[in-house]
Ligand binder design. Structure first.
Ligand code: HEC
Length: 127
């Protein structure tokens, strides 16, 4: 019984890891983080409107490149491309990473939540 339980756990862990190229984060956990922390301001639909730009296709793209969104000069001049490292830094401390950004969000202090929400953003992006 103990063996079967261990095997079951291992299979589950394998399934969770399958297809997720982002070592640390879980896209499904990230979807919950997104729903509670980001969805208020950000659509996850391509072209979706909100207080902030749609995040449907930011992963892998340069900052301030979503169409039909009026970015701050700070974001336009940030010269960042959104990947695991830049998103982690920005989401930990938006104002410090892009001084003058108009994203009114204090930051996600939990590194695990950042990794999860980044995995979620990667999973919905049209690469
Ligand atoms: C209270 C509203 C608000 C919340 C909450 C918020 N954001 Fe934002 N976000 C914005 C605004 C406004 C901008 C545009 C910033 C600018 O132009 O300086 C932005 C910009 C961004 C960008 C840059 C997009 C691009 O195209 O360059 C990313 C990435 C981002 N937010 C991710 C997140 C994530 C992930 C969360 C949740 C953890 C989150 N935001 C929570 C309002 C918000």
């Amino acid at each position: 019984m103990k063996f079967r339980l261990t095997l079951f756990t291992a299979v589950l862990a394998g399934m969770a890891g399958f297809g997720v190229a982002h070592a640390a984060g879980s896209a499904s956990a990230g979807q919950s983080v997104y729903a509670s922390q980001c969805a208020l301001c950000h659509s996850n639909q391509p072209g979706g409107v909100g207080i902030g730009p749609s995040l449907a296709d930011v992963y892998g793209k340069p900052a301030a490149s979503q169409p039909n969104y009026d970015y701050s000069p700070a974001m336009k001049n940030a010269h960042l491309t959104w990947n695991d490292a830049t998103l982690d830094k920005f989401l930990a401390a938006p104002q410090a990473t892009v001084p003058g950004t108009k994203m009114p969000f204090a930051g996600l202090t939990d590194a695990g939540q950042r990794a999860d929400v980044i995995a979620y953003l990667a999973s919905i992006a049209n690469k």
